[in-house]
Write a protein that binds this ligand. Structure first.
Ligand code: NAI
Length: 484
């Protein structure tokens, strides 16, 4: 018997979780449940991370959390319990499976185009670090972290999963044509890992093109791996391809703790009425059973669910409106009543997923801190992000006075577009510039040189932020301004 932690959550959470657990019990899946206190209601009791210390301990001991949706009030500075959980336990890969379900009509199902796409989204990094500052009253800056070890973790998971599933194709979605350093790093790691899996067809598609292709020929895609924000958007797009959020399961995969949940939220508009659709949570639960190696129970329940949907049984949010809908409890009972039935023509075969052994232990050392030794790293300059409402030429004249004997002013940009030494009078300016200094004649610089310039510049300007310009060998570790 495997023991897992279960958090029912807020809103419709308890209703749909009870429905799913009833199905599990009826199928006699060998699971034991430890119910833990987690959600907005726990936050309201004074637990700032939305869970009790006992809940956290249980989840960390058991390694598996099956959770209902949890409410995040808008504004008010309340952090999402869902995001806190994903970050706290480093569930670095968000896996969402989107497949055609018979009985759930979509434009593609009507056209006979099958959809079976697995989106793997990086779950920790990117703009989701939420590291944001107002540089001036007019200018906000978000820091976007993409790291090599973070990208490696999620991309390796995606390839391994694609291999086990016998995927036709694995695609990296990205915007490396614009974000050459951040998305460029993610794409480089994808290409490096791809070499270890020559049996898989690996390719990359720019994310805007990917969206267009997904809505025109979704059947051409199988596994798609993306950075966090792009993955967030693309996975909701894919949910739309198969009938909406009511049919979108999600697994947050980490090396030690995994969280299984539906993609949708707490649906406050229908909470407490026993009318919510439990399908997405049930599909997440089926994914969890496969993850735990409980293939028999997973197949029994999935076949019964697909059969039930094919029969036209539906809750109020989907299906044939000319047929009466059933409530949450009755939907679960219909699935239980269909145990042993198999879905008809075109039903998805019950392929085993990626069974993993449960590993849960405290990290003694953080493996992600071990990184490649930087070879031939040198400081070649500095970017100062300054506040100013003066014209570029005036700023340039002031900056040049500070350059001294080690630095030269190379260029000035505004919102990423070069405005000095050359530029266009048509470029709109905001009150925050990036002034770039580089060393004269490749003079070797150190941090003290940069700090000296910082102190000198600060006599004339408010410096909002700064970045070192580094080179590794002959490779620049920074981007050029548009037009530079
Ligand atoms: P929502 O997904 O809760 O609801 C959007 C619409 O879909 C509503 O009309 C709702 O009735 C319907 N809906 C959602 N799930 C349904 C189901 N199973 N059956 C039938 N209809 C369903 O999104 P919303 O309203 O933006 O968010 C409500 C709350 O949920 C917020 O506090 C939000 O932060 C939280 N949330 C939590 C998530 C999680 O726990 N992972 C994910 C998304 C939102």
């Amino acid at each position: 018997m495997t023991k897992i932690a279960v958090a029912k959550g807020d809103g419709i959470g308890p209703e749909i979780m009870d429905a799913v657990l009833n199905i599990f019990r009826a199928a006699e899946v060998p699971l034991e449940y430890e119910f833990v206190d987690m959600g907005k209601w726990v936050f309201d009791k004074g637990y700032s991370n939305g869970m009790t210390p006992e809940a956290q301990r249980s989840i960390e001991t058991l390694g598996i959390l099956f959770k209902g949706p949890m409410e995040t009030p808008k504004g008010k500075g309340v952090k999402s319990v869902n995001v806190t959980a994903r970050k706290t336990w480093n569930t670095y890969a968000n896996k969402r499976v989107f497949q055609t379900l018979h009985g759930v009509d979509t434009v593609f199902s009507k056209a006979g185009i099958p959809v079976d796409i697995t989106v793997v989204r990086e779950n920790i990094e990117d703009t989701y670090g939420g590291i944001e500052h107002m540089l001036t009253h007019d200018v906000a800056l978000s820091r976007r972290f993409i790291t090599r070890p973070g990208s490696l973790q999620v991309i390796k998971y995606a390839f391994e999963m694609a291999k086990k599933k016998g995927a036709r194709r694995i695609t990296c979605g990205h915007k490396a044509n614009i974000m050459k350093i951040t998305d460029g790093l993610f794409l480089d790691v994808f290409n490096e890992v791809a070499k270890e899996y020559p049996e898989l067809k690996a390719d990359d598609v720019i994310v805007d093109d990917l969206c267009m292709k997904l809505v025109t020929r979704p059947d051409l895609f199988d596994v798609v791996v993306l950075t966090n924000l792009q993955g967030d958007i693309v996975s909701d797009l894919c949910a739309g391809l198969v009938g909406g959020l009511g049919f979108a399961p999600s697994a947050n995969i980490g090396d030690h703790i995994c969280i299984f949940e539906a993609v949708h939220g707490t649906a406050p508009d229908i909470a407490g009425k026993n009318v919510a659709n439990p399908t997405a949570l049930l599909l997440s639960g089926i994914g969890m059973l496969r993850h735990l190696g409980l293939m028999k129970g997973a197949a029994l329940i999935e076949n019964a669910l697909l059969y039930t949907l094919e029969q036209g049984v539906h809750t109020g949010d989907f299906g044939d409106k000319t047929k009466a809908s059933v409530n949450t409890t009755a939907f679960a009972e219909a699935v239980i009543g269909n145990f042993g039935k198999t879905p008809g023509l075109g039903a998805k075969p019950m392929l085993p997923d990626m069974p993993t052994t449960q590993t849960h232990f405290k990290l003694e050392k953080n493996p992600m801190l071990e990184s490649v030794e930087m070879e031939n790293e040198k400081i070649v300059g500095v970017d100062f992000f300054i506040e100013s409402n003066e014209q570029p030429i005036t700023i340039a004249n002031k900056c040049m006075r500070h350059a001294g004997v080690k630095f030269k002013l190379v260029n000035i940009s505004n919102r990423g577009t070069q405005v000095w030494p050359t530029g266009s009078v048509y470029t709109n300016l905001v009150n925050q510039y990036n002034v770039r200094f580089e060393s004269i004649d490749d003079f070797p610089l150190n941090q003290q040189d940069v700090l000296g310039l910082y102190v000198s510049m600060s006599g004339n300007f408010k410096i909002c932020s700064s970045e070192l310009l580094l080179m590794w060998g002959d490779k620049k570790a920074y981007s050029l301004a548009q037009g530079q």
